[in-house]
Design a protein around this ligand. Sequence first.
Ligand code: NIG
Ligand code: FE
Length: 412
Amino acid sequence: MKADLIIYNIGELVTFHNGPLARVSEDNAVIIRDAGVAVRDGVIVAVGKSRDVKSRFEGEALNAQGLLATPGLVDPHTHLVFAGSREDEFNLKLQGVSYSEILARGGGIYRTVKATLEASFEDLLSKAIETASLMLNHGTTTVEVKSGYALSLEGELKMLKVAKALGEASSITVIPTLLAHVPPREYRESSFEYARYFAEVIVPTVSKENLAAYIDVFCDRGAFNVDESRIIIEAGLKHGLKARMHADQLAYIGCSKLAEELPIDSLDHLEKMPEENARILAERGVTAVLTPTSIMAMMEPKKPPVEALRKAGVVIAIASDYNPNNMTPLQQTAMDIAPYILNLTPLEALAAATINAARSLNIHHKLGSISEGYKADIVLWDLENYKWIGYTWGYNKALLVVKDGKIVRGKT
Ligand code: NIG
Ligand code: FE
């Protein structure tokens, strides 16, 4: 049979076939030693032992030299489109000024809003393309991209159009999200009014223009409260978007409990979530999207209740949460430090950055796994086996990246 690409002599191929996984272990992973993969029309047509795949298929053959192969990484939470930087706030945080305090003073997100509104469409797009190429080179083949640094109809539309143009210009797959980030400063005393405007004007327009797959709200102290978040999420659902939510990152004000009422695909951050709420996520099939590099960038000691999430059987994903407060766009780094920050095993970290991340975006039927019928998004790592994930880190270990069956990094 004909194939466009055959990757053979893979030392160890590690993936997860059985859909989204809670309680990840070698028993529910697919680990094939001396493996091969065949690709046709951008889709995986065979996965198995190297010699079997090689004997069944003809086409361009690539020797993986005994390296580790995994699915391309899926990054399910980024603020990839923005302008400017906030390096002086990095210094403030080091001196003990909290993220919340910086935001309340009109810095943080508000500063990035100003810079983003001042930037042209072309500037935002060229910076986004540059970042996406860095991501691809480090193994990220799918990325969720949020709006949220404009706080007006026109501005949020511009950001989402940049995200759309990024998807067209780059080979990375972009999943766009409309984010209600914070109420504008002039609505400080009337944030419910802004939430209503967001729900009644911004959401329907974005949906009509087909610019987002998801609605997201930063539900937290200093951003939107539970009642405001509810009407925004409900508006998104009513207009055909799926829902995800920033929850319990800075303080617990009841945000994760909203998942009891509304169908929400993912709750992200969860540093301040009470352990007993893990049950809600498990019962409602919500993916917990944890953000290890962003936890570091917050410079506050609190971490999400990983053990309670595990015990309750919650599907755990991780994300880079790339934003100007957390200036690293690499899901590879998030995966590598997840064992240190979140106590995930290397196998849990891999599932969290691939199939479970895809599940949080409801794309796990075609992305996030090396299985027949899936998009051919594959990374060859400069590692012997998956146990090296996180064990060695701080440099780029993605040697070869295949996206939709095409080699976008490395050479044959
Ligand atoms: O996911 N917490 C809200 N949003 C971002 C931070 C955005 C920013 O500080 O610019 C996050 O961490
Ligand atoms: Fe975020």
